[in-house]
Design a protein around this ligand. Structure first.
Ligand code: CP
Length: 326
């Protein structure tokens, strides 16, 4: 049983991976490990968050993140409310800040927020009295995705340090790529990004990654091949000649995967666009694809984040077993 020290995680919010230390990331992953085991039992419920209120505010669509935050909150005993733009006053023109202040007046304990604009979740966090978790802001960060990816890798390979991870596809628009680059670098992995020049941010190498424009070269000798979808909802104009051509050069199929290590593992945060960035034969290869494991880890990681951020910051030693908080 690991010991969790809230005082060693001196953050009120989880807005990004950038700025977290290796110890803080390890603490979240260790806490998540316990929740993986809980989620595999028949009785998945605990009362760690009994009496607390979690509001999920998703200004952008989501299947995995929204559902897993809802499950996470409910499995820990919180009251969980979901808000989407289509069913709220946002549709009537209310601003982000007014929406935040309105929700704040209802005394939530945690707001999990997804927004199309980079920085919007940070702005909102300055207006409310509760903890805020970034569930993805524009092309900036998606911290719980990087944590669940790290947990998936760590449980499969036993470590993050020293691994080589190739992140392939639309790096330019990807908050998943940014959060993963920060996390993997912090944890001592080697990170490559593989994409056509049009889908790479300027000066991306300053984030401490190796840059490749050729899939076979980029994934050679990698332990992990992490594929990303084309984020067409963030594109203004054309970034690839056609999806067919994109798949030909950058889609992961068995042919290109043969350039990687024979035991290289495949990841994708979802949603996948089959036949665009990944071929079905590769995505569904249960001997190498971790895609469903990633989804499972997502619930555990979000339970750990809700648990840690709602612990009394002034208290010190807690046991990671949920029951000790009841
Ligand atoms: N990976 C991810 O964020 O998926 P959703 O958009 O379904 O939440």
């Amino acid at each position: 049983m690991s010991t969790i020290n809230r005082g060693a995680f001196p953050h009120r919010h989880l807005l990004g991976i950038e700025g977290l230390s290796a110890d803080e990331i390890t603490m979240l992953l260790d806490l998540s490990d316990g929740y993986v085991e809980q989620n595999r039992q028949k009785d998945k419920k605990r009362s760690v968050l009994r009496g607390l209120t979690v509001i999920n505010v998703f200004f952008e669509t989501s299947t995995r993140t929204r559902t897993s935050f809802e499950l996470a909150g409910k499995r820990l005993g919180a009251d969980v409310i979901n808000i989407s733009p289509d069913a709220s006053a946002i549709k009537k023109g209310e601003t982000l800040i007014d929406t935040a202040m309105t929700l704040n007046a209802m005394h939530p304990d945690v707001l999990t927020v997804r927004h199309a604009d980079s920085g919007a979740v940070h702005l909102l966090s300055e207006k409310v009295a509760c903890a805020v978790i970034n569930a993805g802001d524009g092309s900036h960060e998606h911290p719980t995705q990087a944590l669940l990816d790290a947990l998936t890798i760590r449980r499969r390979l036993g470590r993050l340090h020293g691994l080589t991870v190739a992140i392939c596809g639309d790096i330019l628009h990807s908050r998943v790529a940014r959060s993963n680059i920060h996390l993997l670098n912090t944890m001592g992995a080697r990170v490559r990004v593989v994409a056509p020049p049009t889908l790479l941010p300027m000066h991306i190498e300053r984030l401490g990654v190796e840059v490749f424009n050729d899939m076979r070269e980029g994934i050679a000798d990698c332990d992990i091949v992490m594929m990303l979808r084309l984020q067409t909802e963030r594109m203004q104009g054309s970034f690839v000649p056609s999806t067919r051509e994109y798949f030909h050069f950058f889609g992961l199929d068995a042919g290109k995967l043969s350039a990687a290590r024979p035991d290289a593992l495949i990841m994708h945060p979802g949603p996948m666009n089959r036949g665009v960035e990944i071929d079905s034969l590769v995505a569904d290869d249960i001997s190498r694809s971790l895609i469903h494991e990633q989804v499972e880890m997502g619930v555990a990681v979000r339970m750990a984040c809700l648990d840690l951020l709602t612990r009394d910051a002034l208290a010190n030693e807690y046991e990671s077993e949920a029951e000790t908080r009841q």
